[in-house]
Ligand binder design. Sequence first.
Ligand code: T46
Length: 140
Amino acid sequence: MSIIDTPTLIKTIEFREIGDERGWLVALEGNINIPFTMQRVYYIYGTQSHIRRGLHAHHAVHQIAVCLAGECKFLLDDGKNKNTILLNSRGLGLVIDPMIWHEMYEFSSDCILMVLASDYYDEADYIRNYAEFLRLANGK
Ligand code: T46
């Protein structure tokens, strides 16, 4: 597994795309090309282009987002710096670490965004208040 760690907050994983005359296949395996054991997969679709989703950080859950169709943008924010990325490739996973505020926006009408998560859904893991996130992220 090679996690591409740019000087920004954007960390991505390039998946091996296995292709032949029949088409393409990508395999995602916990602790092999996904850096944790997956406990949950969910996917988001049918979001209109003017809608923003996310707008939270997680205390502990690790996640990888893969855009399976269409495109959307992600904003990542660690409380000091913000970076954005356009997700439009089935061969690329975006790492969403704990304590990273994230927002998804500018969804194309055909966007299907799949997210792999390291734990089960628990609302208590969410920080949905930005002021509270900044306080925790900056150690106050
Ligand atoms: C995230 C970003 C990338 C569940 O019941 N189970 C689940 O596993 C999830 C993820 C959500 N839900 C419920 C909770 C809400 O009532 O589905 C509803 C919509 O969730 P939310 O408003 O949190 O959706 P997004 O798109 O703002 O955020 C989602 C994930 O929740 C979040 O963990 O990191 O995608």
